[in-house]
Design a protein around this ligand. Structure first.
Ligand code: ZN
Length: 671
């Protein structure tokens, strides 16, 4: 799907005219034009307005909305309303509602109250999607198809009888025989041996730990079940208008869905990002979110479908963005490759669960400082400058897989509080602070393009994935691999022998056992040169390596396991590996990263005074670079430019020292 006609940044948001009287619509259009809105998402929760009773369809109002947008030159991202079935549907067909693990059925009155395997839900969902496509697929304002909303957001796991039947069919297709299922699930343990697929249940409430292989397969099955419904919507929408790009909005680090598999089905990857401004690492976590989303399908564009202008309403305490922070975080997305930034939502609702979720047009209207910032950003994005088609420069990849995420957080692990997001952040944050831009990569995808790989706790790894990583290293790559990698196969069965399985040969040492540390424990780490840093959380019990196999760079220096190697360097073919057997502190991670050329900060960045919450990312086109510099602090900063250029937003030459006010942004064009 070509996206080249869209080579300017999208700006806009969710628009819900069904919540407002008709006369408000004209004001909406006028104000949208005033701030440069060029794309609105409509229809996303409009099922009850489009089909108020079973089989009675009312599309006139939505057609009028699209007419208004078309006349105003505003594109429409037309959504299917399938994330919120209307009350008539769930009242008349209660099996369309999901069931929790205790057997309790959800009720309507919120959203996302559907069972993805329910034939009733699927029948009516398909019908309303067909009507959307038939009624409005030919409209001139249509710019993008938007299937559903935030798949698997609130109720990812349903345990109803429809799910039980679908899960058994899925298992039969996957394993062929019940013997193969028993073998994969290790069901000899605790007398779980099945004699027939009909005996297999979804992982409903059990007295204690459920079979972890069963849980893992239920996660795989669930991701695929949602994907099947999405593909049905896609088929209908594409049949109506194959030329219109299609998306569904992801949610960044969202665990229930294998977004790598999903992103293959999209023309545009889009995401909803709500970093918590109260989190000191808010900007870094937001950057990591965007790096993941950009990486899910590296051959299609991506964009921000939702963010907030000021504050959300669904945290316990909803700290707002600082003045300028909305703009700065919008530019962060654009710096990291986004083709646009949209918001939830255009006009703040008067009633309903999200009435205190900020919008582009706040309750207080145009008098709000939010509106001023919204207007400024809109004006800036309307300036023609082709950086939206330039590529993000990322030479390093963080290896990540959903199957691993599902398995590694199992409640049968030695440390139940080992969280993938913590492991990702631990490896990502020091590099973010060095302005080293990362991609994410699946362990199954080609990796040669990267100068270095980071592998945080790749607990579940298949033989093929491990061979891919080994081959990457042997051909000259450098990998930094953390503890708790290479532990189990695709069924969550332990690879026997010293830990590491098909990755073991890369470690440079044998991991004979593992020792999670008590929450308050801090282990001293001593490096070859006598420098001391510290570590927490986990300690691999590594055997002393033979000198020809690996070189110990650092050891535990306190506690019962003092002397244990914790950082081991080894060579493999033309490449090398740094194995980290504990959760090194920030200084320790800096020392590891200093050993790898691609992970070192650029001297120019050090000189520039970056790295202290001033972010620098480069987008490259064939004839020029765009250097984005973003101040994520509430104080004024100065950045020294490595090379002279032109400040696109300031519309002036830039060389030497670049002043950045609080939350300030510069895009410096080179060439
Ligand atoms: Zn169900």
């Amino acid at each position: 799907m070509q996206f080249s006609a869209l080579d300017y940044p999208f700006y806009g948001g969710d628009y819900s005219p069904e919540q407002w009287p008709r006369e408000v619509w004209d004001e909406d259009v006028r104000l949208m034009r005033e701030v440069g809105v060029n794309l609105v998402t409509v229809g996303i929760f409009a099922w009850a307005h489009l089909e108020p009773t079973e089989g009675r369809f009312e599309f006139g109002w939505l057609r009028e909305v699209l007419d208004l947008m078309g006349e105003a030159g505003i594109g429409v991202d037309l959504a299917t309303p399938t994330a919120a079935p209307p009350p008539w549907l769930t009242t008349r067909y209660p099996d369309a509602l999901p069931v929790d693990e205790r057997g309790a059925r959800y009720t309507h009155g919120s959203r996302q109250h559907f069972c993805i395997c329910s034939p009733s839900y699927r029948r009516f969902a398909r019908r309303i999607v067909e009507r959307v496509a038939a009624e409005l697929g030919g409209h001139e304002a249509l710019r993008m198809w938007h299937a559903h909303n935030e798949y698997a957001c609130h109720v990812p796991y349903c345990y109803c009888d429809h799910h039980a039947r679908s899960f058994r069919s899925w298992l039969e297709r996957r394993y062929g025989s019940v013997q193969a299922l028993n073998d994969a699930w290790g069901s000899a343990f605790w007398s779980q041996q099945y004699s027939d697929f009909a005996e297999v249940m979804p992982p409903r409430m059990t007295p204690t730990f459920a079979n972890p292989s069963q849980l893992l397969d239920y996660k795989r099955f669930t991701s695929e079940a949602f994907l099947e419904e999405f593909l049905e919507e896609k088929e209908v929408l594409k049949a109506a208008r194959p030329d219109i790009p299609l998306t569904t909005n992801f949610m960044g680090l969202h665990k229930p869905l294998d977004y790598f598999a999903w992103a293959r089905e999209l023309d545009v990857v889009s995401t909803d990002n709500y970093p918590d401004p109260a989190d000191p690492h808010s900007a870094a976590l937001s950057a990591m979110h965007y790096d993941l989303v950009r990486s899910l399908n590296k051959s299609v564009p991506w964009m921000v479908m939702e963010q907030t202008s000021f504050r959300v309403n669904w945290r316990d305490r909803n700290v707002p963005k600082s003045p300028g922070q909305m703009r700065a975080l919008s530019y962060q997305a654009l710096a990291r490759g986004a083709s646009g930034v949209l918001f939830f939502q255009w006009r703040a609702s008067r009633a309903g669960a999200e009435k205190f979720h900020s919008a582009l047009l706040p309750h207080s209207g145009q008098a709000s400082p939010v509106w001023t910032e919204v207007s400024q950003l809109g004006r800036e994005l309307a300036q023609p400058e082709p950086w939206t088609t330039a590529e993000v420069v990322a030479d390093v990849a963080l290896v990540f897989s959903y199957a691993n995420w599902w398995a590694v957080e199992s409640s049968t692990s030695p440390a139940h509080d080992l969280k993938m997001q913590d492991q990702l952040t631990w490896m990502y944050l020091p590099l973010y602070l060095r302005c080293v831009t990362l991609d994410f990569a699946s362990p199954a995808e080609p990796l040669e393009r990267y100068q270095a790989l980071l592998v945080p706790s790749l607990y579940l790894v298949t033989e093929d994935e491990a061979a891919n990583i080994r081959s990457y290293v042997e051909q000259g790559g450098t990998a930094v691999i953390s503890f708790w990698s290479g532990i189990v196969d695709e069924h969550d069965r332990v690879y026997l022998g010293p830990y590491g399985g098909p990755l073991r040969s890369l470690f440079g040492c044998d991991i004979l056992d593992v020792a999670p540390l008590a929450p308050a424990d801090v282990v001293e780490v001593e490096w070859e040169d006598g420098t001391k840093t510290s570590a927490t959380f986990w300690l691999d019990l590594a055997a002393e390596p033979q000198p020809q196999r690996g070189k110990v760079l650092a050891r535990a220096a306190s506690g019962p396991w003092a002397g244990t190697p914790v950082v081991v360097q080894s060579n493999h073919g033309k490449g090398s590996v740094l194995y980290i057997g504990t959760r090194l502190d920030h200084d320790g991670m800096q020392r590891v990263y200093d050993l790898v050329t691609a992970l070192r900060p650029a001297q120019s960045d050090l000189d520039a005074g970056l790295s202290d919450n001033v972010e620098r990312v480069v987008r490259r086109s064939p004839d020029r670079d765009y250097e984005f510099v973003i101040n994520h602090t509430d104080s004024d900063r100065k950045v020294l430019l490595a090379a002279p250029g032109y400040d696109v937003l300031g519309e002036r030459p830039a060389n030497g020292t670049l002043p950045l006010g609080r939350r300030g942004v510069a895009i410096v064009r080179h060439g």
